[in-house]
Design a protein around this ligand. Structure first.
Ligand code: F6P
Length: 324
């Protein structure tokens, strides 16, 4: 193997740059030529490559976003798009590919590996932390901390004005951010896609709480469940108490990565290069506890849900007990 390409794909996540830096420097130290494909798979389909040298990745370990840009590339999810990508990889004498991204990006990488026998290794990078086979994905710790900072500020006004506040966090199919931030931020309740929720029950609890002397509530809702405005109106209608709402949105994807995400990105990026050099393909590098492992894309592409159901139930239960 003499030359590899690297790309970031799907929603950007804080720490992707730290992973890019780690891949580039590890690869160059191992004698590999390294290029970046711009805007995710779009860069493969359009043959949009840039050379990456040691100094190309200076001073990016602390930066959010991705210097390689990212996109959700519909064309690559068509057979014809992947054929084009493979041709461009071959034409540019690229022997291996590293993809930093989430679930959808890995499904695309898996198809490229299967259809064209191209060596691809994935590095999990998504704030949703919904990839099977790894405890953590790059960006999720930063996103939880960003949402937590916002919730702490909201708590100041919530307690001062004795209100109910509904805070919407990211996660269409995944309640990872909602649950973690709900526990860490002392929320009274959390609505997530993977558990049944009952707003009427929640409103009854609020009314009972008021009678006991409780005066403020923070309810965290995952974007996949409902909009914060709709939840707030329903709560106000059912309880008669003043309720406000906020959607934290894309601020959760930005900002300087936490130490945890930088360390994870640096370790997984380096390991991805080593895996390619060892002849591995069609796999993702993941972390279980403190141990780095290789996981087949076919199992990484399955929803990460299963493995966390038990832990999520425990956290959900704890949030509700601690909120009394
Ligand atoms: O990258 C993951 C994520 O931030 C999800 O939490 C969210 O549902 C989605 O991406 C939003 O995607 P977009 O930025 O394309 O609207």
């Amino acid at each position: 193997m003499r030359k590899i390409a690297l790309l970031t794909s799907g929603g950007d996540a804080p720490g992707m740059n730290a992973a890019v830096r780690s891949v580039v420097r590890t690869a160059i130290c191992q004698g590999l030529e390294t290029v970046g494909a711009l805007k995710g798979y779009q860069g493969l389909v359009n043959a949009d490559f840039i050379p990456l040298q040691l100094r190309s990745v200076s001073n990016i370990i602390n930066r959010g976003g991705t210097i390689l840009k990212t996109a959700r590339c519909a064309e690559f999810f068509e057979k014809e798009g992947r054929k084009k990508a493979n041709e461009h990889l071959k034409k540019n004498k690229i022997d291996g590919l590293i993809v930093i991204g989430g679930n959808g990006s890995f499904c695309g990488a898996h198809l490229l590996a299967l259809e064209h026998n191209f060596p691809v290794i994935g590095v999990p990078g998504t704030i949703d932390n919904d990839i099977a086979g790894t405890d953590f994905s790059i960006g999720s710790d930063t996103a939880v901390n960003t949402a937590l900072e916002a919730i702490d500020k909201i708590r100041d006004t919530v307690s001062s004005m004795e209100r109910i506040f509904v805070v919407e966090v990211m996660g269409r199919k995944e309640g990872y951010i909602a649950l973690r931030v709900g526990l860490a931020g002392g929320a009274e309740d959390v609505l997530i896609p993977q558990t049944e929720y009952d707003i009427e029950r929640m409103c009854e609890d609020i009314s009972k709480g008021r009678k006991r002397g409780k005066v403020s509530w923070i309810i965290v809702v995952s974007e996949g469940v409902a909009g914060s405005k709709d939840v707030a109106s329903l709560i106000e209608e059912l309880t008669g108490f003043e309720t406000r709402s906020i959607t934290l949105g894309h601020i959760q994807r930005g900002g300087s990565p936490t130490a945890i995400d930088r360390i994870l990105a640096s370790r997984l990026g380096a390991e991805a290069v080593k895996a390619l050099l060892a002849g591995e393909r069609d796999k993702m590098v993941g972390m279980t506890g403190e141990t780095i492992k290789l996981i087949d894309f076919s199992s990484a592409c399955a929803q990460g849900r299963e493995k966390r159901n038990k832990l999520d139930k425990e956290i959900y239960g704890l949030i509700r007990v601690l909120a009394t």
